[in-house]
Design a protein around this ligand. Structure first.
Ligand code: GLY
Length: 388
C-alpha cells in the first residue's frame, strides 16, 4: 500500500519532468548541455537559465544529456527523444578521432549515449561506439596495482597522476561489464572486477566512508597516499564520492553477483544514511564546516539511485530494504520540494549542485544532477530500463 503511494508520487513527478523536458529537449537539441550557472556563465539579468556546454567535447558529463533522453524514450516510447539523443551521440565520435583528451570517463560518456541506444534500439553503429570506448577503458588498466588509471597529465604541467585511481570510476567500469556481456569475452569483466577489488581494499574506511583519490606506485602497485580530491580535504567524505561508491558497488554486484560488492555497497549506504541531515539536503562533503552551506544535489540523486537499487535486491534483508527505500525517499522528497525548479524559466531542474568543495561555483545546476534525479524517480516508479 505504502509502496503504491510512493509509485504514484513518482509517476506524478515523472509526468511533470517529462512535460518540461519535451520543450527543453527541442530547444537544446543541437547542444550537449552541461550546466547553466546563474550570475556567471549565464547572467542575462532576467533570472532565466539556459543550458550550455562546458569544457569541450571530451568533457566527462557529455553523456548525460543523451542518457536523460534515452530514459525518456524508454519510458514514453516517443521517437523524438531518441532522435535528439543521437545528435549528441554522433558528435562524440570526434572524441575518438582526437583520442588524446579521453580518459577513464569514457564510461560516463558512452554508457548513457551509445550503449543506451544499442540496448534500446539495436543500433549496430552505437554498439561499435560502445565497444570502442570499452577497449579504451580496458587499456588504462595497470596490472601492478590492479586499478584503472584516472585522468591524464597535462603535458608540461609537472603533474604525475600515473598511479591515481578514483572512486568515480566505479561507474565507468559498468562499460566493461556491458562489453563482456555483449561480446562473451570475459577480459573486460575481469578488469572491472580487479579494479573493484582494489577499490574495496583501499578506498573504504572502517566507518563505511569512502576516499576520493588513492595514489599507487605505478610500477609496484604499493599504496602511496590518498587525497581529498573534490571534497573538503584529506580524510573527509565528499558526498558525491560516497554516492559513486554506494551505487557503483551495487551495480558491480548486479553485474557479477559477487557478495563482497553488495556488502560494500551496504556499508557505504549505511554510512551515507546515518549522515543525511534532518532536512534531507546533502552538503558537498559530510565533513565540511557549517558555513558556508554548499550543497550537492547530485550526491543526493546518485545516492537515491543506489539506495533504490539496494532496496530492490532479494539478497538484502527485508528490514534493510525498507530502510534503504526510506532513505531514498527522504532524499528525493527534499530535492523535489526544496531544490527543484519546475518553472519553464529554467532549462534545468536541480538548483544546488557543486562540482567540488573548493571550486569557484556552488549551488548551481548540473546536467548529471538532473539525469540522476530522473533515474531515481524512474526507479521508484518501477521503470525497468537501467542505464548502467
Ligand atoms: N566524476 C567526476 C565528478 O564526480 O565530479
Amino acid at each position: 500500500m505504502q509502496q503504491e503511494k510512493e509509485k504514484l508520487w513518482a509517476g506524478e513527478v515523472f509526468a511533470e519532468f517529462e512535460k518540461k523536458m519535451e520543450k527543453v529537449a527541442e530547444k537544446s537539441k543541437d547542444k550537449i548541455p552541461a550546466l547553466a550557472i546563474d550570475g556567471v556563465h549565464d547572467d542575462r539579468g532576467d533570472g532565466t537559465k539556459e543550458w550550455r556546454a562546458d569544457d569541450g567535447l571530451n568533457w566527462w558529463t557529455n553523456g548525460f544529456w543523451g542518457g536523460m533522453l534515452w530514459m525518456l524514450y524508454a519510458e514514453t516510447g516517443k521517437e523524438r527523444y531518441g532522435e535528439i539523443a543521437r545528435i549528441s551521440e554522433r558528435k562524440l565520435d570526434a572524441c575518438f578521432e582526437s583520442f588524446l583528451g579521453l580518459h577513464h570517463d569514457v564510461g560516463f560518456m558512452w554508457m548513457p549515449t551509445a550503449v543506451a541506444d544499442y540496448r534500446l534500439t539495436g543500433n549496430r553503429e552505437a554498439r561499435k561506439r560502445g565497444l570502442h570506448a570499452a577497449d579504451l577503458l580496458a587499456g588504462r588498466f595497470n596490472p601492478a596495482g590492479g586499478f584503472i588509471r584516472a585522468w591524464n597529465d597535462i603535458p608540461g604541467s609537472g603533474d604525475d597522476t600515473r598511479g591515481w585511481a578514483i572512486i568515480d570510476c566505479m561507474f565507468n567500469i559498468t562499460l566493461l561489464y556491458w562489453a563482456s556481456e555483449e561480446t562473451k569475452d570475459p577480459r573486460f569483466r575481469q578488469i572491472a572486477m580487479l579494479h573493484a577489488d582494489t577499490v574495496r581494499e583501499n578506498f573504504i574506511r572502517p566507518d563505511g566512508s569512502v576516499k576520493h583519490i588513492v595514489e599507487f606506485d605505478p610500477e609496484t602497485g604499493a599504496v602511496r597516499r590518498d587525497y581529498g580530491g573534490q571534497g573538503y580535504g584529506e580524510g573527509s567524505s565528499w558526498t558525491r564520492g560516497q554516492g559513486w561508491g554506494l551505487y557503483g558497488f551495487a551495480l558491480s554486484f548486479l553485474h557479477t553477483g559477487k557478495a563482497e560488492y553488495l556488502e560494500t555497497a551496504e556499508k557505504i549506504g549505511d554510512y551515507f544514511a546515518a549522515n543525511i541531515p534532518e532536512d534531507g539536503l546533502i552538503p558537498v562533503d559530510f565533513c565540511q564546516p557549517a558555513e558556508p552551506l554548499w550543497y550537492d544535489d547530485t550526491a543526493a540523486a546518485v545516492a537515491a539511485c543506489g539506495f533504490l537499487e539496494l532496496s530492490g535486491m532479494e539478497a538484502v534483508p527485508e528490514d534493510k530494504r525498507i530502510f534503504y527505500r526510506e532513505a531514498a525517499l527522504k532524499l528525493l522528497k527534499a530535492l523535489d520540494e526544496k531544490h527543484c525548479d519546475w518553472t519553464e524559466k529554467s532549462d534545468c531542474f536541480l538548483t544546488h549542485c557543486s562540482g567540488s568543495y573548493h571550486g569557484e561555483q556552488h549551488n548551481h545546476t548540473l546536467v548529471y544532477a538532473d539525469s540522476f534525479f530522473l533515474e531515481a524517480i524512474l526507479k521508484l516508479k518501477g521503470a525497468p530500463f537501467l542505464l548502467w
